[in-house]
Write a new protein. Structure first.
Length: 410
């Protein structure tokens, strides 16, 4: 059981890497939901300290009580993990409830010693039940505790006798406080779990928006490519069929048709190369806005700085490639929370900088995407430099800088 619990906790809290605010909140909520464990241990240790028995029987009872607390804590952690993950844990809930009853029957119990196991169990079970189930479990735990434990003098309370004794007010007050604790703590835990579920849904919505933005960008490129070469390819198919039919009837017309097919094929190939290499006219402002929207949909705060001057078409295309590659790096290889994109034209040179935090791999080394980008810019005398990392926890800053001489665009 211990190994299973350890693996479960490690899966829930993976080691290494920089934790996002949502992951840190998840850890905080997880441990705050385990309030029942210290409550159970406080009551159990208090009961052990107050035990007045001696001999081997007392030692066995003590050992059994200590082992019971350990097993209860393990079951409770499994219940909390299941609740945060949104799955059921009926066996753990039932087993922990039976264990509590056994401990109450075998230990020298009072309301504020071993009796605290009852509200501790209700606090954990409430995470896996609805409102009505939580109320029933809380009331049931309180009733079981009052029936099975002593309230101060070692006996089940005689309410009739208590009503006429000076001690009655204090005695009833302690019982009322115990019942109130058993009813309030489970609903308090449910509220914390509800708060985490709201945050989780918001995070899932943000991730869905990011995926949608990427999908829309792919669809846009697919439409552009279809519009660009779809007509040419259709014309090639039709004229090829015509040339085949004419080949045995009118060879000269068939040759003319095939010459047209060859011209269309060359034109289509040129257009495809243009689309793939990004040499078509690109609206840089639209491209920057599109990439900014993708980053912000992924929860990355963006700032954008653009020049007042008109950017030449070919230069705009190259800068668009830099922005696309930089955006891909931010989304895939960092845990960034902010990104700055700045484009400037100064001293006969176009400069584009993308700066983000949350570097995943220190040292600022890029992959094949950056290598290909460097080769593309080198053909016009440009260069790509990267500076980043320096912190092993992924908290450094990464800067992608591309410089392109304006002379190479003429």
């Amino acid at each position: 059981m211990a190994g299973r619990l350890r693996r479960s906790v490690l899966r829930f809290f993976p080691r290494g890497g920089k934790r996002t605010p949502v992951e840190r909140l998840r850890r905080l909520v997880f441990w705050s939901l385990t309030i029942g464990i210290p409550l159970a241990w406080a009551g159990g240790l208090n009961g052990i300290a107050r035990g007045g028995q001696a001999g081997s029987e007392a030692v066995l009872t003590l050992i059994f009580g200590s082992l019971g607390l350990i097993v209860f804590s393990a079951l409770y952690l499994m219940m909390v993990k299941a609740a945060v993950a949104g799955i059921t844990a009926n066996r753990e809930t039932a087993a922990s409830g039976v264990l509590v009853i056994v401990l109450l029957l075998t230990q020298e119990t009072y309301l504020w010693t071993w009796g605290l196991l009852a509200p501790a169990w209700a606090t954990g079970a409430a995470l896996l039940l609805n409102k009505v189930g939580t109320l029933v479990a809380s009331l049931g735990a309180a009733v079981v505790a009052l029936l099975l434990v002593s309230t101060g003098d070692g006996l089940v309370p005689d309410l009739g006798r208590m009503m006429v004794t000076p001690y009655a007010a204090d005695h009833l007050g302690l019982i009322g406080l115990f019942v109130g604790t058993t009813l309030v703590m489970p609903f308090t835990n449910r509220f914390q779990l509800w708060f985490w579920q709201v945050v989780k849904l918001a995070e899932e919505g943000k991730e869905a928006r990011a995926r949608l933005a990427v999908t829309e960008e792919r669809l846009r490129f697919s439409r552009d490519l279809h519009d660009l070469v779809g007509h040419s390819l259709s014309a090639i198919a039709v004229k090829s069929e015509v040339a085949v039919k004419l080949s045995s009837v009118d060879a000269e017309r068939a040759v003319a048709e095939m010459n047209e097919v060859r011209g269309l094929a060359r034109q289509a190939l040129k257009e495809i190369r243009t689309a793939v290499r990004g040499y078509r006219t690109v609206d840089l402002d639209a491209e920057l806005c599109s990439m900014t929207a993708v980053l912000e949909a992924a929860g990355i705060r963006c700032t954008l700085e653009t020049p007042r001057e008109q950017v030449p078409d070919e230069l705009a295309t190259l800068l668009a490639w830099v922005v696309r590659e930089g955006t891909t790096n931010v989304l895939r290889h960092s845990s960034a929370t902010r990104c700055r994109i700045a484009v400037a034209l100064r001293d006969g040179t176009a400069v584009l900088e993308m700066t983000n935090d949350g570097v995943a791999v220190p040292g600022g080394r890029g992959g094949t995407g950056l290598a290909g980008l460097s080769e593309r810019l080198a053909t016009v005398g440009g260069a790509v430099t990267v500076v980043g990392g320096g912190k092993s926890d992924g908290g450094g800053e990464f800067r992608l800088r591309a410089t392109i001489p304006l002379e190479g665009m003429r």
